[in-house]
Design a protein around this ligand. Structure first.
Ligand code: PHE
Length: 453
């Protein structure tokens, strides 16, 4: 049997590494801007419902495959597959999804590096339009600057993965995750001082106005639920293969889901409170965090600079800990199944997403962008779209069917019986057998235009 090459995590190390994977740019960069673009509360409600019904159960499903299959993505499916031909192992190629995601994720981490650099050398912008103009300038007119930062992000990923992830990542997360939460709590208190804007932010986030909900936003909310919980590309599967025996799968899945959702909501409430206070619009797209946060910190005057630096550093590390988990599954696959050395495997994986990342950068650059449109989308948007609306949900569906129908139920039940009360187990089973597949099939039919609503 092929097993993972890494050492086992400690229990807390596993939670931290898994939360480090889940809590990333998706929570702090992406969630607020898609909530903004989709009109707030109703979108948040769909997102929360998806997280609870589908996200959590699929997260547990993915972790179960890793923890019991005990290998890289392909080997884990293979060892759990009860059919003679073992074709389910091909589902393990979901590890490639991580490289697709990295092609734009690394570019966005680069934007954070650039922000840190301009912060250190040029200070903070004083208003949202100026900050937005800087961001747009970077996106559309400075491809080489972006390539530089994308390269730096890739080199950092290489250097961490060369060493193996346990030492570096476990320790990194131990300090950075609490720091991130702490910084946001400080900001939350600060934003509460803008009483009316804070209330406006809460009502924007939690008062559902269903007239803003379109079928597109429902699909985006569902897709983001996968993305934010790192479901469907084998990150948590691969980490779970190194889970210590004593750890509870269900509890770990719960902590990860809770932490991830909590940080996404916290970040959004804070960001919108500041935005409303400065009369800015929530629908600013990918530039939202890059334009609004620096201005928030500018307002904080003396402390602001330090906090801004901390915030963007924390954001960079949140991004990097997720990035490592996006690449590691394919690295493990290459090591286990193709006998690559770790270094070779890392270089090959990083090189492949690095090159696609260059195209992503070109796709937002003025003058070239029109040649890199796919339909109505830029290549950058397209990569995000296929990953969170197609690749991750598709792998999610495959995992639900595999554990729900293909694996012998007695075995699955035996794995989970000490983990949770029987009623919860039945609920989980209904979710992965019926609710999740139906929702996902519905989502795909809608994407292909066969069902509209
Ligand atoms: N969950 C990460 C985020 O929210 C992104 C990610 C997706 C990481 C899939 C690993 C796997 O930023």
């Amino acid at each position: 049997m092929h097993t993972t090459t890494g050492a086992h995590f400690t229990r807390i190390g596993f939670i931290l590494a898994a939360a480090g994977s889940a809590v990333g740019l998706g929570n702090i960069w992406k969630f607020p801007y898609i909530v903004g673009e989709n009109g707030g509360g109703a979108f948040v409600l769909v997102y929360l419902a998806t997280i609870m019904l589908i996200g959590f159960s699929l997260l547990l499903t993915e972790m179960l495959i890793g923890a019991k299959g005990k290998g890289d993505t392909v080997s884990s499916f293979e060892s759990l597959d009860p059919t003679p031909k073992k074709r389910w192992k091909y589902a393990g190629f979901m590890a490639l999804n991580g490289l697709v995601i990295m092609s734009f994720y690394s570019v966005v981490i680069g934007w954070i590096f650039h922000n840190i650099y301009t912060l250190l050398f040029f200070g903070l912008p004083s208003d949202v339009p100026t900050a937005m103009a800087h961001f747009t300038h970077l996106m559309t007119q400075q491809p080489f600057t972006q390539v530089l930062w994308h390269t730096l992000a890739s080199l950092i990923v290489i250097s961490i993965l060369f060493k193996g992830i346990k030492q570096g990542i476990e320790r990194l997360n131990l300090y950075l995750m609490p720091a991130l939460v702490l910084i946001f709590i400080v900001l939350l208190f600060y934003s509460m001082r803008f009483e009316s804007s804070f209330l406006q932010s809460l009502s924007f986030m939690f008062y559902p106005d269903f007239s803003t909900l379109t079928s597109h936003s429902i699909i985006q909310a569902m897709g983001h639920a996968f993305f934010t919980l790192s479901i469907g590309m084998g990150a948590l599967l691969t980490y779970s293969a190194a889970l210590p025996k004593s750890a509870s799968l269900a509890k770990s899945a719960f902590y990860i889901t809770f932490l991830d959702t909590f940080i996404a909501l916290l970040a959004s409430v804070v960001i919108f409170a500041f935005l409303f206070h400065f009369d800015a619009k929530p629908s600013q797209g990918p530039g939202l965090v890059f334009a609004s946060m620096p201005v928030i910190f500018y307002e904080l005057k003396t402390m602001g600079f330090v906090l801004a630096l901390l915030f963007f550093l924390a954001l960079a590390f949140a991004g990097l800990t997720s990035a490592v988990s996006l690449v590691e599954p394919f690295v493990e696959y290459l090591i286990n199944r193709h006998k690559s050395s770790r270094n070779q495997a890392v270089l090959l994986s990083v090189a492949s997403y690095y090159v696609v990342g260059l195209v992503v950068i070109a796709s937002t650059t003025q003058g070239i962008s029109t040649y890199l449109q796919i339909g109505s989308r830029s290549f950058f948007d397209f990569m995000q779209y296929i990953s969170d609306s197609i690749l991750l949900p598709f792998s999610g569906l495959v995992m639900a069917l595999f554990v729900g129908y293909v694996m012998p139920q007695k075995r699955v039940k035996a794995y989970l019986k000490d983990e949770m009360p029987y009623a919860v187990y039945v609920l989980w089973l209904v979710c992965i057998r019926i609710v999740a597949p139906l929702a996902l099939i519905f989502m795909f039919l809608n994407l292909t235009g066969m069902v509209t609503f």
